[in-house]
Design a protein around this ligand. Structure first.
Ligand code: MG
Length: 246
């Protein structure tokens, strides 16, 4: 079989991520209803999401952005309702936001089996994840991912087409035999299609609004959507064999 170069995303592709953010955001919104009884849970969540996504343009995917979005939301509603800002409360919110970076991550079902199967077949596996070094390394260590990726790990603060392009230059692989596998249309799939490599999209159980975009370009290379991570080896094999029924 022709050896392929396969780049995997980490968060919500190999291990759960969005669910931990959702848990902490729920706690945040509940706390906020105690302080601002005229505002609904949904309004807190909408504002937090807006502030969080806005900050990506400036700060990229750095971890501190998330707890700061809690403080920003708190400040917004203090200004709106005339409630006095309180340092103890903002300290508490930062601490709450940071809890998301302490929750042990769980692998997506069949993560180890999927990566083992691809590795055994001789494909070269890379990890391309967005976020900051410390938090992503924590998860990589917990999941023991260096068993599959060794030093072929890229952590990008801004995970976009430029970041992917730089990685592709570094690894110098044939685009027709290179794949990006991920859950994010915005940060995994669009960059892959723009760089004319193959892409496999695996929708997450619940998706962060930031990751959802319309695909407007027509793929030159292969582009598949699968329901689960464990389907990836079969799709790649069938593609190599020229199976048109995938
Ligand atoms: Mg992801």
């Amino acid at each position: 079989m022709q050896k392929q170069t396969i780049l995997f995303n980490l968060d919500d592709t190999l291990a759960y991520c969005n669910r931990y953010f959702a848990q902490v955001i729920d706690k945040f919104a509940e706390q906020m209803t105690v302080w601002f009884d005229s505002v609904s849970i949904d309004e807190f969540k909408r504002k937090q999401l807006e502030i969080d996504i806005k900050a990506i343009g400036k700060h990229g995917l750095a971890s501190a952005r998330f707890p700061e979005s809690f403080v920003g939301t708190y400040n917004f509603f203090c200004d709106l309702t005339g409630r006095e800002k309180n340092k103890e409360e903002t300290d508490y919110l930062r601490q709450l936001g940071n809890q998301v970076f302490e929750i042990p991550v769980e692998p997506i079902p069949y993560m180890n089996e999927t990566l083992t199967a691809l590795k055994k077949e001789g494909h070269e596996l890379y990890l391309h994840t967005g976020g900051d070094e410390a938090n992503q390394q924590r998860k990589i260590a917990q999941l023991e991912l260096t068993a599959y990726f060794e030093n072929r790990i890229f952590i990008s603060g801004h995970k976009d087409t430029t970041a992917l392009s730089d990685i592709l230059k570094t690894i110098d692989a044939d685009p027709s035999m290179t794949w990006m596998v991920g859950n994010s249309l915005r940060t995994d799939i669009v960059p892959a299609l723009e760089k004319n490599i193959n892409a496999i999209y695996i929708p997450a159980e619940s998706e962060w609004a930031y990751n959802v975009v319309d695909i407007e370009l027509k793929p030159v290379s292969a582009y598949y959507t699968v329901g689960a991570l464990y389907e990836v080896p079969d799709v790649i094999h069938r593609h190599i064999e020229g199976d048109e029924a995938i």
